[in-house]
Design a binder for this molecule. Sequence first.
Ligand SMILES: NC(=O)c1ccc[n+]([C@@H]2O[C@H](COP(=O)([O-])OP(=O)(O)OC[C@H]3O[C@@H](n4cnc5c(N)ncnc54)[C@H](O)[C@@H]3O)[C@@H](O)[C@H]2O)c1
Length: 337
Amino acid sequence: MLKVAVIGCGYWGTHVLRNFNNSPLWELAWMSDTDETQIAKARKNYPKAKTTKDYQDILNDEDIDAVAIATPVDSHFQIAKDTLLAGKHVWVEKPLTSTLAEAEELARIAKEKNLLLNVDHTFIYTPAVQKIKEIIKSGELGDVLYFDSVRINLGLFQHDINVIWDLAPHDLSILAYCTNKKAVSVNATGSCVIEYSGKKIENLAYVTINFEDESIAHFHVNWLSPVKIRKIIIGGSKKMLVFDDMENSEKIKLYDAGVSVTEKEDIYESLVQYRLGDMSSPALSNKEALAWEVEHFAESIKSGKATLTDENMGVEVVRILEAANKSLLENGKLIQL
Ligand SMILES: NC(=O)c1ccc[n+]([C@@H]2O[C@H](COP(=O)([O-])OP(=O)(O)OC[C@H]3O[C@@H](n4cnc5c(N)ncnc54)[C@H](O)[C@@H]3O)[C@@H](O)[C@H]2O)c1
């Protein structure tokens, strides 16, 4: 059994703790949080694990194989760097870091030290995203023409990152994993309609990414919506796919719908004809994404192979987030990647 420590026992850390603790491949050996009340809660659930307010105690323990970091984003870099330098594998929450330079530095250290740096882009481990990748790879959608995502709700207002850094990593990782498209430019607009903490933290934003093959992706992310919508439409040249994560069953619907263009010599005579065929919905397992991810992380450590969400994905996501943020601050200017 591999030994893991979890640093950060807040909202997401409790899910990470539960899944490492439930896995037969892991022993949950340490838990750390700077907040004593969070440690007390975690201790109640996992009395066998040791606890500390100072994560250096964990790094000094030679028996620890890996450390999972579920602290606020602006602390990821230092904790992950210290952990890699202590010779331990890292699992870090998304997004990897709050700057591209930091993400690249962590990736370099992990490679030099031959350690795994898994970024918890949890969606990649959902049965739905696995199925979407399979459908796209099989060619059933044809060429992917566009990707349109709406990820809005009355969300948790974060104190260290804006809504793009909080929610867009999900769409960026899904897009990268399912399509392998090369993004060439990005632009973003947004607004801080609610001010808090004395800082300007955008609560809603619209991000557009342009790809080398002229296809396009658009994300609408918002913490201030009265309804929760988690919907992605992927338009293909043959079929169209809708992923609605709020659905309990039929999360993915595949529409045999599209258009065909009949070219005539005179452009005004070109005909665009609609094709409306059947809709189908593939069956999906209901395995929890984090349960599979902690197993996959253990197996990857044992085999020495990279995880599905390694540092390369982490860096690419941060590259686009940083460019989108730059665009946001420059009133939607197109930023080349
Ligand atoms: N993968 C996902 O789907 C997903 C979902 C939600 C959040 N997250 C990520 O999880 C991370 C944490 O988010 P959250 O919503 O759980 O925040 P949170 O504020 O609820 O929890 C963070 C915890 O870290 C502790 N902490 C801060 N600095 C620390 C340090 N130096 N050492 C030890 N503990 C420290 C805080 O006291 C707090 O308990 C963020 O990176 C966020 O982006 C990921």
